[in-house]
Design a protein around this ligand. Sequence first.
Ligand code: GSH
Length: 201
Amino acid sequence: MKLYLSPTSPFARKVKVALLEKGAQAVFEEIRVDPWTTPPELAAANPLSQVPTLVTDRGEAIGNSDTILAWIERRFPQPSLLPTDEAALTRAQAVAAIAQGLIETTVGIVLERRRPPEQQSKTMLDRRLATIQRTVPVLAQRFARAREHFHHDGIGVACALAYLDLRLPEWDWRAAAPALAEWQVWAEARASMQASAPPVV
Ligand SMILES: N[C@@H](CCC(=O)N[C@@H](CS)C(=O)NCC(=O)O)C(=O)O
């Protein structure tokens, strides 16, 4: 089975962390690509040319990190990365969705900043920054911050916060959410987060 990823993609990192948490990473051949160059092999598997993309042993190509996480959960059920209790599951999925939105919004800023300065929209950059600054404290309130397990919600939150550190270091999210910052120290120490950390440039 194959996993297309890029070392800095927070979406791909979610998938890699889940595989590491399940001890299933060795089952996958990791293929590093730059999705922005539309490599033919990636585009053949996923016409969106996005990472992560996973190709199963039956040749099924699956894109979108949350869809891949759901497939991994079915294929490698143990250890489970989801709560069994229905209310806790709903809460975890809601938090995971906010974390995914946080990553998407941060990526939006990165992409806007990559445009020539005269083409960048200050309105869009300001709006996205405001979204991030509004979201992190809410995440701190709604996320259960468990330390006895690292479920999909925790994986998403940890990858989203690490991506803020990478791409938006000028905003001190730790000051806005100190309890989350304390939890992130615990999350970052996990072997799965250490092994999936983006390269220091
Ligand atoms: N919704 C997707 C987003 C994936 C995504 O946008 N990945 C970026 C890299 S961080 C990418 O491959 N972009 C290339 C492109 O969209 O052309 C997910 O959750 O996996």
